[in-house]
Design a binder for this molecule. Structure first.
Ligand code: SF4
Length: 215
């Protein structure tokens, strides 16, 4: 882990990461992207198929939906930094054809990748972190995190010293950051929802709470 050179040095170093087996099948490391001085920091689960091919986070359909939701929540003009809890695409190949089907990362993979995420958080030092979905929540808030129980609620920025397998109970007690954190659903869950419009409205409502917390 480079100690100098900021986010760009991290990005370059992450390209050669062999911290878990996910690098073997993925195309490339998909590191975070955006302003290194952003007030708003968004964390998703892992790159998807399109992100893996292009090497950029949130460039696929979920990213497009996220940008629309940010705009409707009044955050369209806000500088953001976007990243994922896990930097390589985990997938299974469909029995017929070549379609790559998303697989959720394991706790071990999340734990292996967590130092990259923590390093990004420390360098960007955002005012507000938005956690998108369960994997990102477990990576930052501990294994007891459930997005349905915590979404849409502003909470103190937790300590980044705990591992991904922690129980989340020490969140907010170390005083490492003075900012806030808010969890919501991952935009890909909105795309999969039976009632997509209602799910989208829920995402916008949560992001509107986040918008109200920024000066
Ligand atoms: S997923 Fe994370 S820890 Fe695993 S190889 Fe990729 S960058 Fe390294």
């Amino acid at each position: 882990m480079p100690r100098r050179g900021g986010v760009e040095a991290l990005r370059r170093a992450s390209a050669d990461c062999r911290g878990c087996p996910l690098f073997k099948d993925a195309t490339q490391t998909v590191f975070g992207d955006g302003s290194p001085t952003a007030r708003l920091f968004l964390v998703g689960e892992q790159p998807g198929d399109q992100e893996d091919r292009e090497g950029q986070p949130f460039v696929g359909p979920a990213g497009q939906l996220l940008r629309r939701a940010l705009g409707e929540a009044g955050l369209g003009d806000e500088e953001v930094y976007v990243t994922n809890a896990v930097k390589h695409f985990k997938f299974a190949t469909a029995p017929r054809g070549k379609r790559r089907i998303h697989k959720a990362p394991s706790l071990r993979e999340m734990t292996a990748c967590r130092p990259w995420l923590v390093a990004e958080l420390r360098l960007v030092s955002p005012q507000l972190v938005i956690v998108l979905g369960g994997t990102a929540g477990r990576a930052l808030l501990g294994s007891s995190f459930r997005v349905g129980e915590q979404r849409g609620v502003l909470q103190p920025m937790p300590s980044w010293d705990r591992g991904a397998g922690g129980d989340g109970r020490s969140a907010g007690r170390s005083g490492e950051g003075s900012g806030l954190l808010l969890a919501t659903t991952h935009p890909s869950a909105v795309l999969r929802a039976d009632d997509r419009e209602a799910a989208f409205r829920g995402l916008v409502a949560d992001l509107s709470v986040a918008a109200s917390a920024l000066d």
